[in-house]
Design a protein around this ligand. Structure first.
Ligand SMILES: [Zn+2]
Length: 349
């Protein structure tokens, strides 16, 4: 009996030790081969997207709860509806401020979520002169670019996308650290509103944030799902954008993709965080370019078409190993307890 117990314990301990190591080999994420696609088959238009960016900036700075943001949100909704997308709104109050997420497309049955924050930071923290730091930023790139790209995607994605893609415009990403506010309030609210089936259904969440600057350099954001990043960066390389989508590690950021990751949904943050005008009054349309919007927009357009045609899974098998590891641990504890009881009962006999 003692030998049998020791053997079982040894096997379980081996499994426990091996379980975190095995996924490292399993998820080495070799790049998935893609057909080379001629970019003229894609329709995302950078000039049109840039006009959406300028239109947002024409409302002025757009901090949460402001009239400017309300008017900008209404503009986003009317643009989406004109393009034939069904639109829902999530309205709630946070820290006494009314907030609104805008959800276009397959709100009930989302397979792919494309998202951006449409609010702008209420404070220009990175201005060198303290007097300017209390001013609102215009957010041409930080807020404006991702929102503009989503609106142009609404125009070019096939009609079938409306049944399986969600275009999500989240509020209150960018007020973190001001008057007790957290970051990523709107995206957190959205993910918390999903039911279990919807969480399981979402194959990928793609966040577009600060991807419109003229000197665009996109590095792999550190917390993003690696094989989803691989897929997008490979798509970019096939479209000739490997100079912009650089296959090197970038920053690890708290951004609107995080609530998705925490829910177990594969997610990626496409962001150029080396933007010198970040959170300054200089974040204006002249620092952005139609070419940058077009490059990222076309990569996402291509990704969505491929994913809808032949879905790939980006979920990390590590989750299963955590389940197996936990179950093994419970078994081990039970066996140890039974063994100790068995020994004691033998002694008392
Ligand atoms: Zn920001």
């Amino acid at each position: 009996m003692q030998r049998w117990n020791s053997l079982v314990s040894l096997l379980i301990i081996t499994a426990l030790v091996a379980s975190p190591i095995i996924p490292i080999f399993e998820t080495s994420y070799s790049l998935i081969p893609h057909p080379v696609v001629r970019s003229d088959s894609l329709e995302f238009n950078g000039t049109r997207a840039f006009a959406y960016l300028e239109a947002q900036c024409a409302f002025g700075p757009r901090p949460p709860g402001s009239d400017n943001l309300t008017r900008c949100g209404n503009y986003v909704i009317s643009t989406l509806e004109t393009l034939g997308w069904p639109v829902e709104q999530q309205n709630w109050t946070h820290m006494g401020t009314p907030l609104r997420n805008i959800i276009a497309g397959a709100a009930d049955l989302p397979r792919i979520v494309l998202l951006a924050h449409y609010d702008t930071r209420p404070r220009a923290d990175n201005e060198p002169d303290p007097i300017n730091q209390s001013q609102h930023i215009l957010g041409a790139n930080d807020g404006g670019s991702g929102t503009a790209a989503l609106l142009e995607l609404a125009a070019v994605l096939p009609d079938t996308a409306k049944n399986s893609v969600v275009l999500l415009f989240v509020d209150a990403e960018d007020s973190g650290g001001i008057n007790g506010w957290e970051w990523i309030v709107g995206s957190t609210y959205y993910v918390n509103s999903l039911i279990v089936n919807q969480v399981a259904m979402i194959e990928a969440a793609i966040l577009l944030d600060m991807m419109g600057d003229a000197d665009l350099q996109l590095k792999r954001e550190g917390s993003s799902t690696p094989n989803l990043v691989d897929n997008l960066w490979e798509t970019a390389a096939n479209l000739g954008y490997d100079n912009l989508f650089q296959n090197i590690p970038g920053y690890t950021l708290v951004d609107d993709h995080r609530p998705f990751l925490q829910a177990g949904i594969p997610a990626v943050d496409i962001i150029d965080f080396d933007y010198p005008y970040w959170h300054t009054l200089e974040d204006t349309p002249d620092k952005c370019s139609p070419d940058s919007l077009e490059a990222v927009g076309r990569v996402v357009e291509q990704f969505v078409q491929e994913q809808l045609d032949s879905p790939l899974t980006f979920r990390n098998p590590l989750g299963w190993w955590i389940v197996i590891g936990s179950a093994s641990l419970v078994c081990l504890v039970v066996i140890v307890v039974l063994y100790i009881r068995f020994r004691r009962s033998k002694h008392t006999m």
